[in-house]
Design a protein around this ligand. Sequence first.
Ligand SMILES: [Zn+2]
Length: 276
Amino acid sequence: MLKATQYGDVTEIKMGRSIDGVTALYWVAAYLIDGILIDTGCDYSKKELADFLEDKQVSVIINTHHHEDHVGGNALLAKRFGLRAFAHPETIPLMSRKYDLYPFEVEIWGYPDPSTAAPIGTAVKEGGATLRIIETPGHCRGHISLFEEERRILFSGDIWVGERPKTARVEEDVHQLISDLRKFEELRPKIMFASLGKAVAEPQQVIKRTRVYLEETRNEIRRLHSEGKSSEQILDELFGRESVLAPVTQYQLSTKIFIESFLREPRVIQRFVAES
Ligand SMILES: [Zn+2]
């Protein structure tokens, strides 16, 4: 299933697997700006995406990260249109081989065909747009966000999913996520396009509230932990109950993981130095 919406110069392409033909199980968005396609959705929607792009001007693909709902159309778009993709050097080996998915991921997004990408530099210039690459590895290794300086448009990938997140996955690093949000604040975007298919106008305050909420949550979790409380006890005290998403995601996305992420040391981030 695919739904496209125009926001000024940006085309939002929301995609997802549909069982009933009415709505998607879970939306994910790709964005098109001045011939640059940011992400390619999941395997279930790859043909619809390729058909949609048939009469559009697309010169290049940028993948924000390797997750199966962001690279699912890459191989088909390369085959049909000869499109090249660019991604963070840490993302490339992850998208070029098949890796195991959990049953919920297979159900919602499916296995992406392995695809290739070239290492991205510090910026991508194409058809009037200059997208600056912002390293934002809080969601997973190699995650990047993109910023169009002139129009102050931020493509935030999977870094911002809502104002008060209460779940995380093991590969997420909430300390890094806080730093990533700080980087977004410094950019002073006029509009933010998030991968879950949400356009937020004047997002400065929303981003700040999310960052402050995460910092306050970190303080609370650390305080309770220093009192000798377990992550289960902290969960009861701060959130009342585990997220409803936990059982349906085989406990890969949960509030317990969210809490434990605050108690881990920040991950050591490998920087990349490629020049465009
Ligand atoms: Zn992701």
